[in-house]
Design a protein around this ligand. Structure first.
Ligand code: IMP
Ligand code: MG
Length: 195
């Protein structure tokens, strides 16, 4: 599918599934190498957005490990609220353990910094951050993003787990907001107002 419509917004194809899988291969290879001698790391999936990435990533992880989820939310529509809500807490102790956080996307970095705080307080020995997507020009955090699978510009995207108002998570490809359509609609609206 080249274009999708979610509520009031149109999105166009941005990154096909094959390209995503290549990036997952590369990041899994790095994690496997780094975790080779680590005693049973915990892979912590950040729900909801990371579910597809986590599933594809875990199929490639060759070390003994635990898989745990936490659920956080910080977005409304197409922008960050700046506040992080914890909707589902940690269901397993991370005390003394190496934790690999698995995120869908790091945008401003608010979520990841809050999560880092939660994990440190809970006594994690080491915290590594893996994300499918990183918006480096938007990121204003200080934490090192250890495993970014892909870097993208400051666009709003959906698909492969990511949503717009909870919609669009099921698509296997990634889509970007179609600005052209928005501009067209705005100019149509303007011309209506002028008349
Ligand atoms: P941050 O806290 O600003 O880094 O935002 C991180 C969270 O916001 C991610 O885990 C996503 O759930 C959501 N998010 C950020 N950018 C996008 C996007 O482009 N599309 C969909 N969700 C996004
Ligand atoms: Mg997320």
């Amino acid at each position: 599918m080249e274009k999708i419509q979610l509520q009031d917004k149109r999105f166009k194809l941005y990154m096909p599934y094959q390209q995503i899988q290549q990036a997952v291969d590369n990041v899994a290879e790095k994690i496997n190498a780094d975790m080779k001698d680590v005693d049973t790391p915990i892979f912590l999936g950040v729900l909801t957005g990371s579910f597809m990435f986590l599933a594809d990533l875990m199929k490639r992880i060759q070390v003994q490990c635990d898989v745990v989820f936490i659920r956080l939310a910080s977005y409304e529509g197409t922008s960050s609220t700046g506040k992080v809500q914890q909707l589902l807490g940690l269901t397993k102790s991370v005390k003394g353990r190496t934790v690999v956080v698995v995120e869908d996307i790091v945008d401003t970095g608010t979520t990841i910094s809050e999560l880092h705080h939660i994990l440190s307080e809970a006594g994690a020995k080491e915290i590594r951050i893996c994300t499918l997507l990183l918006k480096p020009n938007k990121y204003c955090g200080t934490l090192k993003i250890d495993y970014p699978a892909l870097e993208i510009p400051n666009d709003f995207i959906v698909g492969y787990g990511l949503d717009y108002n909870q919609l669009g998570r099921q698509y296997k490809d990634i889509y970007v907001l179609d600005e052209e359509v928005d501009e067209e609609e705005n100019s149509k609206r303007k011309s209506i107002n002028v008349r």
